[in-house]
Design a protein around this ligand. Structure first.
Ligand code: NDP
Length: 249
């Protein structure tokens, strides 16, 4: 049962599309109040409209310290303390390392790694306070199987995800003893907009081929895992989950 979610106040980054949007919608369907963070205001407004009264669209850019801080202030003003945070914002911009695409590396590092850290810094006081009051408190990071698997041309993306996985494990050691549950989720191929920003025709075609040969996960499959994980009794921490399409080797 996901019943306990009805008492939660969640912040979900990357809520404009994909796993973030699906997670926000599912948490809200189970009764949580959900703050939707991403850069595309129109998408957030549309999703909040679909969810109904339980959603707060907050346009924010995780690469910007002040934007994240302002978003959390708005959530506090509207909902009060956050007790569930999901870091789903991310970008995947593959190219051979030898192409030297510093612009892409900077975007991935600043979004996937530093962006996650900005949100962690902004929400940790709330999570610790919720846990100290005896309630559930969750931090969920969406990493990737790329954290472990070698894909040519995905070196920097995979490095950002390895960083997220290691960050989750270390944070869990810091926060677990204080009753904040830290969960790292590593999905495989999932049908979302993630691949739309690839600036390499061969790699776009390669990814398209994977979607043709594999029955990929849906964003809702990953959302369901987030909802399940965050609604267990607070002593139970599914600390690391690899979720793959059955057909993905
Ligand atoms: P999407 O592209 O659909 O979602 C990514 C979301 O991140 C978008 O809603 C985007 O919204 C938001 N975002 C990007 N940059 C920023 C920013 N600077 N500030 C705030 N929000 C931002 O892809 P997914 O749902 O697939 O991606 C979710 C996570 O899952 C990512 O971390 C990705 O790396 C990971 N993942 C995905 C896999 C897949 O196969 N799809 C597999 C493994 C992991 P906006 O542009 O409006 O800001």
């Amino acid at each position: 049962t996901y019943d306990t979610l009805s008492a939660r106040t969640a912040l979900v980054t990357g809520a404009a599309s994909g796993m973030g949007a699906a997670t926000a919608a599912l948490l809200a369907a189970h009764g949580a109040r959900v703050a939707l963070l991403a850069r595309r205001e129109d998408r957030l407004t549309e999703l909040a409209g679909r969810i109904g009264g339980r959603a707060l669209p907050v346009t924010a850019d995780v690469t910007d310290d002040e934007s994240v801080a302002a978003a959390v202030r708005r959530i506090h003003d509207t909902y009060g303390r956050i007790d569930l945070a999901v870091n789903s914002a991310g970008v995947m911009l593959p190219n051979p390392v030898t192409d030297g695409r510093q612009d892409e590396w900077t975007r991935m590092l600043d979004t996937n790694v530093s962006g996650t850290l900005r949100v962690v810094r902004a929400v940790t006081p709330d999570l610790l306070s919720a846990a100290a009051d005896g309630g559930p408190a969750d931090l969920v990071n969406i990493s990737s199987i790329g954290a472990h698997t070698v894909f040519p041309a995905y070196a920097v993306y995979s490095a950002t995800k390895a960083a997220v996985t290691q960050l989750s494990a270390s944070l869990r050691a810091e926060l677990g003893p204080r009753n904040v549950r830290v969960t790292n989720i590593e999905p495989g191929l999932t049908a979302t907009e993630l691949g739309d920003h690839i600036d390499n025709d061969g790699l776009t075609a390669q990814l398209g081929g994977m979607f043709e040969t594999l029955d990929a996960l849906t964003a809702e499959d990953v959302a369901d895992l987030v909802a399940y994980t965050t609604s267990r009794p607070r002593r139970v921490n599914l600390r690391q989950t690899v979720i793959l399409p059955t057909g993905q080797a």
